[in-house]
Design a protein around this ligand. Structure first.
Ligand code: ADP
Ligand code: MG
Length: 698
C-alpha cells in the first residue's frame, strides 16, 4: 500500500488489494461480510490455540492438544490402492521420553521426501491412541527451529471461517490487514477515558487480540475493543435521547375524566400491571417532552388495550385536531387491530382508517384525507411511514411488535418533521443486555402479569414421525367446537419451498385428517382480500382449522383456538415459538401446543425442551439468547440488533459501564463538539449517518 494514502482510505479499501487476496478469495471473504481492511481488523478470533508449551511425548495424555519436538526416526507410505494413488503416510517421531506416530490419510506419494530421517521436527495436534500414541494430520515444521517461526511457540488465533478459506489462509490475510491498517485505526477514546480504563491504544489492542503473546493480553484487548464499540453505540443513544428530550412535544391533557371515559370502553377491568404501565405512559403524555417509551409484555399480557388507551387519550382534546397512528408489522395484524378498535369505538366519535399495503386501490384519496386531518386514528403496516404519507397533525405513534423494525428504521421515523409521542410495543421479552443495546435511547415499561384466568399452554415435543398424537388431540378439540392452528414455518432462505409445503400441507390436511372440518390457508404472499377472508372466516368459526406460515406469529386473537401443531419446530427461534403458541388458550379452555421436530443436535433439542418447561417469556428469551447468540435472537434479519463484532453479550457489565460513561460524556458535551471528542463524533457518524449527530435526528 502506498504511504501517501490517507489512513481512512486504507481501512476502507477492499480486501482484494491485500497481497494474496485475489478476486476469488475476496468473493469467499465477502460472504461473512469481510469486504474491507477494516472488516478484517475487526473479524475477531473465536478462540485460540496455545502453542507455547512444548510437551514431552511420554507425558502426553489422550485427547490432549500439544506441541511436541523431536527427531524423525522413520517415514513410511502405505498404499491403500494399487498404483501411485494416495496412501497412508506415517512418520515416526521420537524425543528422550517416547515415540509417536504422525499420520496422514490420503497422502500423496511425494510427501514422503519431506520427512528425511534424522531431521528435527515440531508438530502440533491432538494425541490419540491407535496402536500406540499418534497425531492425525498435525500441523508441523521440519528442520532446525527458526527464530520467530509463525506457527509454534506462540498463540494462534482460530477464526470463524467461511467455505474455501482455511485457518492458515485467514491468519495470513488478517496479519496483512494488521500490517496495513492496525495502527491507522483512529483511537477514539478521549485521553481521560483511556487513562482511567488503562486500555492499550487501539492499534496495539488489534494486534493483541489477533496474535496475543499471552492469553490475558488477548482478553484485555478484547475488552477494550468491545467497550469501544459499546461506547459508540451508547453515545449515539445518549445524543438521540437528549435531543428527543429537549425538543418540544405535546403536553396532552390526560386527566381523571379522560381516564374514566376511556376505561368505560373496555369490557374488563385492567390488571395491576396494566394500570401501572398506563400511569407511566400518561405521565409521559402529560409532560411537554415527547414520549419515547418501549413497552415489553409477554404475548397475551394485554398490550393492545394499553395502545388503545394511549391513542384515545391523545385524541381526547378534540379541538386540537390531533391524530394518532398505530403501525403493525403485518397486514393481517393491522386489520385485526382495526376490527378490535372499531367494535370498541362504536360509541365514540373517532374517525378511523385502515391504511395497509402500498398498492391499496384508494390510497391516494386516503392519503388526502389523512393530510387534510379528516381522519383521527390510522391503523396500518409500515406503509404508514412511507415518504408519501403526510399527517395533518400526528401527535402519537404506536408501533406494535417493534422487534421487526430496525434501529435505523426507528430513527428514520423521527425524520418526518413532526415530533409525536412514540410508544413501541414488543411481545418478545428482551433480555436486559439486549434491551440496553437495542433500545438504549428509550424508557422502558414492563407488563409482568397476565390477565386473570389465563392458563399456561401445555407444550409437548414430538418427533415428526409421531404426529398422530398431535392430530388426535386436535380432532378431539375440533369435535367439541373449538379451533386449531397448523403452522408451517416460513424460513426466509427457503421461501418458495416453504410456501409449497404450507400449501401442500393444507391440501393434505383438508382431504386427510381434517376432512370433516373446514380448513383455511394463510400466508404472507396471499392477496390482502384472501388473507382477510381467511382471518375473518377463522375468527367467526366458518373455518375450524387454520393452516398457516408464521404470519400468525404475532397478535392474532381468536379465543376459541385451543390447539396448535407446529411443523419443523426446530427451524424456529424459541421466542418465535413462544409467540406462536401464545395464539392459543386465550379463552376459558387451556391450550395445547405440539412441537413436531427433528432436532439434529443436542443444543437444538435442549432449546425446544425449554418451551415444555416454562411459559415465562423472559426466561425463554434469556435461554434463547444464551443458546443461539444475539444475532439469531430475534429470528429475523431486520432485527434491529446492531452488528456487534467485538462485544458478545455474555457479560452485561461492560455494557452498563459503557452506557454510564457515554451518558456522562454526552451530559458534559451534548453535541460532541469538543476537539477531544471529534473522533468519537466521527465514529458515530460513520455508523449512523451524518444527520444523526449534526442535526440531531429531527
Ligand atoms: P398482547 O399483549 O399479546 O397484544 P392482547 O392485547 O391481544 O395481548 O390481549 C390478549 C387477550 O387478553 C385479549 O383477548 C384481550 O381482550 C384480553 N385482555 C387484555 N387485558 C385484559 C384484562 N385486564 N382482563 C381480561 N382480559 C384481558
Ligand atoms: Mg399484541
Amino acid at each position: 500500500m502506498r504511504s501517501s494514502e490517507k489512513p481512512q482510505d486504507i481501512l476502507d479499501s477492499e480486501v482484494r488489494f491485500l497481497k494474496g487476496v485475489g478476486p476469488r478469495r475476496a468473493e469467499m471473504l465477502s460472504r461473512p461480510a469481510l469486504r474491507t481492511v477494516r472488516d478484517l481488523l475487526f473479524h475477531l478470533p473465536r478462540g485460540y490455540e496455545d502453542r507455547r508449551q512444548v510437551k514431552k511425548i511420554g507425558a502426553l495424555r489422550a485427547g490432549e492438544k500439544a506441541v511436541i519436538r523431536g527427531h524423525i526416526l522413520d517415514a513410511e507410505l502405505r498404499r491403500t490402492h494399487r498404483g501411485r494413488g494416495p496412501g497412508i503416510l506415517e512418520v515416526t517421531v521420537g524425543d528422550e521420553t517416547g515415540i509417536l506416530a504422525l499420520t496422514w490419510f490420503n497422502a500423496k506419494h511425494d510427501w514422503l521426501s519431506s520427512f528425511p530421517q534424522g531431521e528435527p521436527i515440531v508438530a502440533y495436534g491432538e494425541m490419540q491412541h491407535y496402536h500406540g500414541p499418534q497425531m492425525v494430520a498435525p500441523d508441523y515444521q521440519v528442520g532446525p527451529s527458526r527464530e520467530g517461526s509463525s506457527k509454534f511457540g506462540c498463540i494462534l488465533p482460530l477464526y470463524p471461517l467461511t467455505e474455501g478459506i482455511s485457518q492458515r489462509v485467514m491468519r495470513k490475510i488478517i496479519r496483512q490487514a494488521l500490517e496495513a491498517g492496525a495502527y491507522r485505526v483512529p483511537d477514539i477514546f478521549p485521553e481521560r477515558l483511556r487513562a482511567e480504563k488503562d486500555f492499550p491504544p487501539v492499534g496495539e489492542a488489534l494486534w493483541q487480540v489477533h496474535f496475543p503473546e499471552a492469553m490475558e493480553q488477548a482478553a484485555r484487548a478484547r475488552r477494550r475493543l468491545g467497550y469501544e464499540e459499546l461506547l459508540v453505540f451508547q453515545a449515539a443513544f445518549a445524543i438521540h435521547r437528549a435531543h428527543v428530550r429537549q425538543s418540544p412535544g405535546i403536553a396532552f391533557k390526560v386527566g381523571p375524566n379522560v381516564d374514566r371515559r376511556i376505561r368505560r370502553l373496555f369490557p374488563f377491568s385492567l390488571t395491576d400491571a396494566q394500570d401501572r404501565v398506563i400511569g407511566e405512559l400518561a405521565a409521559d403524555m402529560r409532560s411537554e417532552r415527547p414520549m419515547n417509551r418501549l413497552l415489553q409484555g409477554d404475548v397475551g399480557s394485554g398490550k393492545t388495550v394499553i395502545a388503545l388507551y394511549a391513542m384515545l387519550a391523545a385524541l381526547a382534546e378534540r379541538s386540537k385536531g390531533y391524530q394518532a397512528a398505530l403501525m403493525a408489522p403485518t397486514e393481517v395484524l393491522a386489520e385485526q387491530h382495526y376490527l378490535t378498535l372499531e367494535s370498541l369505538l362504536e360509541k365514540a366519535r373517532v374517525r378511523t382508517m385502515l391504511l395497509s399495503g402500498a398498492r391499496a386501490g384508494n390510497r391516494v384519496s386516503k392519503l388526502r384525507r389523512i393530510g387534510a386531518g379528516e381522519v383521527d386514528l390510522v391503523m396500518g403496516t409500515h406503509a404508514l411511514i412511507q415518504q408519501d404519507v403526510r399527517f395533518n397533525n400526528l401527535a402519537l405513534l404506536v408501533i406494535d411488535e417493534q422487534h421487526r423494525f430496525g434501529v435505523r428504521q426507528r430513527l428514520s421515523l423521527r425524520r418526518k418533521g413532526v415530533r409525536p409521542d412514540v410508544l413501541i410495543m414488543t411481545a418478545t421479552p428482551i433480555p436486559r443486555t439486549l434491551a440496553l443495546a437495542c433500545f438504549g435511547d428509550m424508557d422502558v415499561s414492563i407488563i409482568d402479569e397476565m390477565p386473570p384466568g389465563r392458563k399456561p399452554v401445555e407444550t409437548v415435543l414430538l418427533p415428526a414421525g409421531k404426529w398422530e398424537a398431535a392430530f388426535d388431540a386436535a380432532l378431539t378439540e375440533l369435535r367439541s367446537g373449538r379451533r386449531a392452528f397448523v403452522i408451517f414455518p416460513l424460513v426466509r432462505e427457503n421461501e418458495e419451498l416453504d410456501l409449497t409445503s404450507a400449501t401442500r400441507g393444507y391440501e393434505e390436511l383438508q382431504h386427510g385428517v381434517f376432512r370433516d372440518f373446514r380448513c383455511c390457508l394463510l400466508h404472507g404472499q396471499m392477496r390482502s382480500e384472501a388473507k382477510r377472508q381467511a382471518m375473518e372466516g377463522f375468527r367467526s368459526g366458518r373455518y375450524q382449522v387454520m393452516v398457516s406460515t408464521t404470519v400468525v406469529e404475532v397478535g392474532i386473537d381468536v379465543p376459541q383456538a385451543t390447539v396448535m401443531i407446529i411443523q419443523h419446530a426446530e427451524r424456529l427461534g424459541l421466542s418465535q415459538l413462544h409467540q406462536l403458541r401464545g395464539r392459543i388458550g386465550r379463552g376459558d379452555t387451556p391450550g395445547k401446543c405440539f412441537l413436531l421436530a427433528e432436532p439434529t443436535t443436542e443444543v437444538a433439542e435442549q432449546r425446544l425442551e425449554v418451551l415444555t418447561r416454562t411459559s415465562d417469556g423472559f426466561q425463554i428469551a434469556e435461554a434463547d439468547l444464551k443458546l443461539r447468540g444475539p444475532g439469531q435472537f430475534f429470528g429475523t434479519e431486520q432485527s434491529g440488533l446492531p452488528e456487534f463484532r467485538c462485544y458478545d453479550f455474555s457479560d452485561p457489565r461492560p455494557l452498563e459501564e459503557a452506557r454510564r460513561d457515554a451518558f456522562a460524556l454526552i451530559r458534559t458535551d451534548p453535541k460532541l463538539s469538543r476537539p477531544e471528542h471529534a473522533l468519537l463524533h466521527e465514529a458515530i457518524r460513520r455508523r449512523y449517518g451524518g444527520r444523526f449527530v449534526l442535526g440531531g435526528v429531527g
